[in-house]
Design a protein around this ligand. Structure first.
Ligand code: ADP
Ligand code: MG
Ligand code: MG
Length: 181
């Protein structure tokens, strides 16, 4: 996807970051949530490269700052995740509708916030999260890009799903599937 409307390196960038995180697994599981998110953010920033590396890195650092309570109930998850998404919006100077990863991340944030308010049960939360991520990812297909490399292409970017929206959706859906086991 990044080859179609970007420079073709998004998956390589992401895999480099994920490989570095995998190597730190033993260390990460010893840490509390805050320290673990911080460390993950620093690692993503220093290994991934690309726009996505600094954006996802800052997301995790901000989640680390927001994670205070060791209790990970739905309200805490929603608050922490929202802090991460807000930091991407601020750092990327972007919002929903600009054909980026935010088109996946923001609908999931809204879904978590409303499910936390309504005290939804776990199965509902996870299913809503997957629906929001998938619809958000698909919504990028018909969009014009106004941020990132695809913005240079104008109308030619239409008809292509954004790579960052797709990888964000895959990650969120895997997390939902793992949590529902
Ligand atoms: P690069 O564009 O530097 O090659 P990647 O290919 O790894 O970096 O990541 C590109 C992805 O980053 C895009 O598909 C888009 O989802 C996301 N992106 C780019 N710019 C922004 C931005 N300003 N705000 C949010 N996301 C962005
Ligand atoms: Mg790229
Ligand atoms: Mg690049």
């Amino acid at each position: 996807m990044d080859r179609a409307i970007g420079d073709g390196d998004h998956v390589t960038n992401l895999l480099r970051g994920l490989e570095a995180l995998t190597k730190q697994n033993d260390e990460l599981i010893q840490l509390d949530w805050s320290a673990a998110f911080m460390k993950m953010g620093m690692t993503l920033m220093s290994t991934m490269g690309g726009a996505s590396g600094s954006l996802l890195g800052s997301m995790f650092v901000s989640m680390g700052k927001a994670a205070k309570d060791p209790d990970m109930d739905l309200t805490a998850v929603s608050t922490i995740y929202s802090a991460g998404v807000e930091s991407i919006k601020a750092r990327g100077k972007a919002d929903i509708g600009e054909k980026t990863m935010l088109d996946t991340l923001i609908p999931v944030m809204q879904s978590l916030q409303s499910d936390a308010e309504q005290n939804a049960d776990k199965a509902t939360v996870l299913s809503n999260m997957k629906t929001a991520a998938t619809q958000g990812m698909q919504s990028t297909k018909d969009m014009l890009a106004t941020k990132g490399r695809a913005s240079f292409l104008g109308e030619r970017a239409r008809g292509h799903i954004d790579a960052g929206a797709r990888t964000s959706q895959l990650i969120l859906c895997v997390i939902a599937d793992e949590l529902s086991k």
